[in-house]
Each structure stands twice: as structure tokens, then as C-alpha cells.
Design a protein around this ligand. Structure first.
Ligand code: C5J
Length: 232
């Protein structure tokens, strides 16, 4: 093609500093926007959390997801959960604490945090298209015991726009894993949320501190702006 109208690069106004991304080498990675974390009766609530704290991330993620779909960016969704026989769930995880229901117990949305159950599914507002990739992960990090690294390699991805829940748990763990593997991670601040607002703030600060020790942090508006006005 002689003159593609599609911008290939964009500068995101991020912290600790702006970052230029090559769009064909960038994927949107949406972490664990599952009913089990977002809705009453799921895993998050069994741990004693106020799940309404997470709702604020849905709209910003939706705007970036729409832009990613419009521009043909690779979109990857993750889901935390376990096989029905719990063979991939370490006892140290299942037996921990004193939740109202444990992983694998029957709950109002099916068995808690089990693949294939209603609670394990992604919320309707952000439901993956058939063409999008869904990575099932047994851990907090999206690279541990998954095919994510292979998928990113296959598509030539070097940069990740990361959002989802929760900021300090699965988002942070995944960003740390990705950073060690050489990916540039831009975390979408308002596209992440925590049951603990102070952990959300600190989780973002930990990523962007020390010159961006784990990555960059930007609002969804800055990401959208870069996708729109990027240089060719
Ligand atoms: C948690 C997650 N919080 N997706 N999982 O257990 O952050």
C-alpha cells in the first residue's frame, strides 16, 4: 500500500514521561474483568470486599476497547480461574483465610472461580468478540502457566496497554511479569480499580516511580488522544 491513512505510531502523555508506541506492535491487555470480581456473590465478595469499588473502571476500559477494535489493535482478555477438579489450584491458595465461600464451592453464580461457571465469565459490557484472544490463568500474573508469551511473540507485540482489576493484585503482578520479559507496559489508570482505593493509588505509584521502574501510567483520555492524533 502506498499511502496508508492508518497512523503507525502515537505519543501517549504518560507518567513518568511521554512514551511513543508503535501501534502494530501494541496490544490491549484487559485483566480479569470477570463477574467473580465485579459482582456480588463472586470470589471478590467472598473475601469480604465491596465489589462496587471496581465499577468505575468499566467505562474507561470500554472506551479504549472500542478504539482498539476500531483501529484493529490486538485485544487480549484474561480470566483468573481454575479447572473444575482444582488440579491447577494450589492448596495454599484454596485453603487461605476465612472467606464466606472457598474456591470451588457452589455460589450464586456457580462454583467460585471455576472455569466455565457464570461467575468466571467476563462482564457483558466488555465481552470479548469471537476474534479476540482470551487467556485463562490460574495465577495472579497473566504469564504464569499460560500461553500469553507465545501469543505476544506470534503477533510481534512489544508494548502492552494494560487495564483491569485489581490494580495492586493481578494488574501489578502481570505488569511486573511483562516488564521482566521486556515489554513496555502503559497502565491505564482510570481503567484499573481496587477494592481498596488507597492500594489503587499506591499500585500505580509503584509502577511509575523511579523513572518508570515497571512501566508507564496514563489516563484513558491520553491513550485515546494518542491513538487519534498519532504521527504516521
Ligand atoms: C484478585 C485479581 N484480586 N484479578 N485477583 O484476587 O486481581
Amino acid at each position: 500500500m502506498l499511502n496508508s491513512a492508518k497512523p503507525t505510531k502515537g505519543v501517549i502523555s504518560a507518567e513518568p514521561e511521554p512514551i511513543t508506541l508503535d501501534w502494530p506492535a501494541t496490544a490491549l491487555l484487559i485483566i480479569d474483568m470477570q463477574r467473580d470480581f465485579m459482582e456480588p456473590g463472586g470470589f471478590g465478595e467472598t473475601l469480604g470486599n465491596d465489589v462496587s469499588q471496581l465499577a468505575r473502571a468499566v467505562k474507561p476500559i470500554g472506551t479504549v476497547l472500542t478504539a482498539a477494535r476500531d483501529t484493529g489493535m490486538l485485544v487480549i482478555h484474561t480470566r483468573e480461574g481454575h479447572l473444575p477438579d482444582l488440579s491447577d489450584a494450589p492448596p495454599a491458595k484454596v485453603e487461605r483465610g476465612a472467606p464466606s465461600l472457598r474456591i470451588g464451592d457452589p455460589g450464586p453464580m456457580g462454583r467460585i472461580l471455576i472455569r466455565g461457571e457464570a461467575g468466571h465469565d467476563i462482564i457483558p459490557e466488555l465481552y470479548p468478540l469471537d476474534s479476540e484472544i482470551v487467556i485463562d490463568k490460574p495465577g495472579k500474573g497473566a504469564f504464569y502457566a499460560t500461553e500469553l508469551g507465545d501469543v505476544l511473540g506470534k503477533y510481534g507485540i512489544e508494548n502492552l496497554l494494560v487495564c483491569g482489576v485489581t490494580t495492586e493484585v493481578c494488574v501489578n503482578t502481570t505488569v511486573r511479569e511483562a516488564n521482566d520479559r521486556g515489554y513496555r507496559c502503559v497502565v491505564i489508570a482510570d481503567g484499573c480499580a481496587s477494592y481498596f482505593p488507597e492500594f489503587h493509588e499506591m499500585g500505580l505509584k509503584m509502577i511509575k516511580a523511579q523513572g518508570g521502574i515497571f512501566g508507564w501510567v496514563a489516563d484513558s483520555a491520553a491513550v485515546l488522544e494518542a491513538m487519534k492524533v498519532s504521527t504516521t
